[in-house]
Each structure stands twice: as C-alpha cells, then as structure tokens.
Design a protein around this ligand. Structure first.
Ligand code: FAD
Length: 452
C-alpha cells in the first residue's frame, strides 16, 4: 500500500526526512500538497506568497516527476483532504515534516490520531527548524524571552544534524490519484498583473535556492558582517523566501555556512554573524510555538494598555504606497511592493515609523507585510513587528524610536537606495512631523509603564 508524503512548508527533495523515510518503506510514494484556506485558525496566504507558492510547486512537481513520482494537488480543509487522498490511493502510511503554528499543530495531531486509529502508519519528522522548540528551555524548563541566553542554550545542545541527501529515484504509482490543475488555484495575479517586479527579482524552486546559497557563500559572505545593514549593498543572502518555503532546510544552510566560514578573518566573523541570524529565525519560531497568538496578541500583555489613537486611514494608505514624504520609508515600502521583499534595516525603519510616528497598531503593518512579502511567515513577521513595536520578546526598548533621516544618513549615505526606489520622495511634504510625533509616542507609552 502506497505511502503519502504530505509536503507543506518544505518544498524540496534534499534534506527531507519524511520523503526519505517513505522511500525506505519500500512502497510507491505519492507526494501531496494541500492548499488550505478553510481550516479554523489557518491564515490564508498573502498575495506575494501565493505567487511564490505557484512557482515553487511547479518546480517541485517537475523534480518529483523526473525521479519517478508525482505531486497531487488538492484544495480544502487539510484534515478531510488528506483523508480523501488516503482513500483514493488506498495508502498505508502518511509521513510529513512537522509544523509549529498552533492551528497547524492541532490539525496534525488530530489527523495523526485519527489515521492511526484506522490502522495507518503515520510518522512526523523534524526538518524546518534547527532545534525542536521544546528542547531549548531555561534551567527551570520555561521558554526564553531574551535572545542571547536562548541562543547560548541552543548552541550548547548537540549540533544540528547534517543534511540528508536528495533521493535520485522515487518510486511512484502507475496511476496516481486525481489532483487539481495548479492553474485553477489562481495563485498568480491577472489584472492587474503586479508580479513583474517579483519575476525580475526571484526564481523560486529548489534548484535556484541551492544556487543562491552557493553564490552567497562563495562570493558575498566575506562582506556580510560589514555591509549587511546597507540596503543598497546587496550584501545579505536573500535566502528568507527559500527558507520560508522550505526550498532549503535550515540544516542545509547551517552546515554550508559552518563549512565556508570555518577559517579566520572577515569570513569567519561574517559566518558567525550570519549563523546567528538563523538563530533569530529559530527564536521567532520557538516564541510562536510557546505563544501561538503571536500575530494577534501583544506578547507582553502590559502593552495592551497602549492607547492607540483612532486610525487615520489616509496615513496607513500613504505608508503602504510609499507616499509619506520620508524618503527612506517610501523607498522601503516601494521596494516591498515592487519586489515582494524589503531589506531588514529598512523593515525596521518602516515598522518603527508606522507604529511610533503614525501611531498605527503594529497588527495593521504586520497584515500589510503578510500580504506583500514573499518571505512572510507565521513566526518571523509577527515576531519582528512586535519586536519593533515594543510589545514583543526581547523587544527594543520603546523609547528607542528610529529616526528615519538619521538612519538614511548612516546606512544609505550616498542615497543609492533612496535614489533607486523613491527619488521623488524628498520633494514631498512629510505627512507628519518626526519630532512632534516622537514626543506623542513617548507620552502614549507612559500608559504602558503605568499599567505594569
Ligand atoms: P540575511 O541577513 O541573509 O539572514 C539570513 C536568514 O536569517 C534570513 O534569510 C532569515 O531566514 C533569517 N533572519 C535574519 N534576520 C531575521 C530576523 N530578524 N528574524 C527572523 N529571521 C531572521 N523575516 C522573514 O523571514 N519573514 C518575515 O515575514 C519577516 N518579517 C519581518 C518584519 C519586520 C517588521 C522586520 C523588522 C523583519 C522581518 N523579517 C522577516 C526579518 C528579516 O528582515 C528578514 O529575514 C531578512 O531581511 C531576509 O533577508 P536575507 O535572507 O537576505 O537575510
């Protein structure tokens, strides 16, 4: 009886423990992907994410076909869809790699129990994080709330395992269960087609992801530490969407980074900096595991007392469109809209501007990023928004409000980034006064301090 491998945020063949275990079982393998916009608690994907998913699924289906198997696409509530594919394929086993969001875990746990009760073999594997969230805890067994001790504790655990090889042959079924046509999912924009900038910047799929990892480590790693904060330098890895969709596993990136950065000098400093950024990804996901409402609730409950003023929709729209009259903010928001990506330094500046100069609730910014980022994920996006807003784990102190003009002088001194994305912005009237709004934000924060 065939084995089903349920692909989720792991759209790759290399370092895929569920797939390898299914092949070892010695029966035909059916690959399955479920587009689930319906299950309770599952957040529908944003527009840019759908674009990426379309292309990544196309690549995965081709890779599976080439090796003898196939990818069945189905849409609907995951639990019932998996069950119907099990029955269509007359499957005897279902394997998957674990997910860590609250609703996802609940679905997977119930499904595992139900399928096992029906006599199926169900196994889940670790592959989307370097460390399982329940393994990194304080001495008293509680989750960490500060990054440095979290990462120190994680590094004291046994090192992440070496990546597993990609299988060369994957036995398939002569006639696999019927699936949807990817085009019918309408993941790509039609009118208007806003994806031109995404097509220019990105090539989704495992092969392109591996190539990007190699290029970054071989050519750019040495300058990462020095130039990673400059948005025009192109010094960062651009691996975030590849990790988001699991075209690369964190273990693959980790071990490649460790091997390339093994020497001394700039490369070694850069490598350890780069590896600790993967640590932030871990910290965000571990935080979500312990606090599943990360995208909707303040991680620090004291922040519930923050007096957000009534929303001024015209300010939110100006921010979204990159029409605030603050050049670095406008440049970032336009890079985001055009390419589905924004440089990390500018993400911090635009998020700070929204929450502390426009006094708009971080949840509205998180939602916009969710819809427009190709790397938007359930943990890193909410985690970082809360970090900037001051409501999150290890958050920057509230009074540290980014001044977008100083940030531009420091990190875009020659104006290259602003010149590329928002050359017209400086000629606009800023929608708010930076100094006055800063004072208002600090006054509003007094309510949080009093609430503690
Ligand atoms: P590199 O500097 O090359 O870093 C390597 C990898 O480390 C990244 O690919 C990413 O997986 C991880 N990483 C780096 N910084 C962080 C971080 N602060 N938190 C978590 N992981 C990190 N990152 C996302 O992957 N998805 C998001 O939805 C997301 N939303 C963000 C929202 C805000 C408001 C802010 C300030 C940051 C957000 N980030 C998010 C974190 C960070 O900006 C991106 O991971 C980074 O810019 C991706 O570019 P890169 O791959 O070139 O990064």
């Amino acid at each position: 009886s065939p084995s089903i491998v349920w692909f989720r945020d792991d759209l790759r063949l290399a370092d895929h423990p569920a797939l390898l275990a299914a092949i070892d079982r010695g029966e035909p393998v059916v690959g399955l992907y479920v587009l689930d916009d319906e299950s309770e608690g599952i957040r529908p994907l944003g527009g840019a994410a759908r674009w990426w998913l379309h292309h990544s699924l196309t690549a995965l289906a081709a890779d599976l076909r080439e090796r003898g198997s196939h990818l069945v696409l189905r849409r609907g509530p995951a639990a019932s869809v998996v069950r119907s594919v099990v029955s269509d394929a007359d499957a005897g086993a279902v394997y998957w790699n674990r997910r860590y969001g609250g609703a996802e875990r609940a679905i997977d746990a119930a499904l595992k129990e139900g399928l096992r009760a029906d006599g199926l073999e169900v196994r889940s594997f670790a592959s989307s994080l370097l460390f399982e969230p329940w393994t990194v805890t304080t001495g008293s067994g509680t989750p960490f709330s500060v990054f440095t001790p979290f990462w120190r504790a994680a590094r004291n655990l046994p090192a992440p395992r070496q990546p597993l090889p990609a299988p060369t042959d994957i036995p398939g079924l002569p006639s696999p269960p019927a699936g949807d046509d990817l085009a019918d999912w309408e993941l790509l924009p039609t009118t208007p087609d806003w994806a031109g900038g995404l097509r220019e910047r990105w090539e989704p799929g495992e092969a392109a992801a591996r190539a990007r990892l190699r290029t970054f480590l071989d050519d750019d790693l040495g300058s990462y530490d020095a130039a990673r904060d400059e948005p025009s330098a192109g010094a960062t890895s651009l691996l975030s969407p590849r990790l988001r969709w699991g075209e690369l596993s964190p273990n693959t990136v980790w071990h490649a980074g460790v091997e390339t950065g093994g020497g001394t000098g700039a490369e070694a400093t850069s490598a350890s900096r780069f590896l600790s950024e993967l640590g932030w990804r871990e910290f965000a996901w571990h935080t979500l595991f312990h606090f599943p409402d990360l995208a909707t609730k303040n991680w620090r409950s004291g922040f519930d007392a923050f007096p957000w003023p009534p929303l001024r929709p015209e300010h939110l729209t100006a921010w979204e469109r990159g029409e605030t009259g603050i050049p670095l903010v406008d440049a970032g928001m336009r890079e985001l809209w055009h390419t589905g990506y924004m440089h990390n330094r500018v993400r911090m500046v635009t998020a700070s501007f929204l929450t502390k100069n426009l006094l708009i609730d971080w949840r509205l910014g998180e939602q916009w990023f969710w819809d427009t980022l190709v790397d938007a994920d359930g943990a890193s996006n909410a985690f970082n928004w809360q970090w900037v807003a001051g409501s999150g784990a290890d958050a920057s102190p509230y009074f540290r409000i980014f001044n977008p003009e100083r940030q531009a002088e420091r990190f875009d001194p020659r104006g290259l980034y602003i010149g590329q994305w928002a050359p017209d912005s400086a000629a606009r009237e800023p929608i708010v006064d930076l100094a006055a709004t800063r004072r208002e934000a600090l006054a509003a924060y007094e309510h949080v301090k009093r609430a503690r």
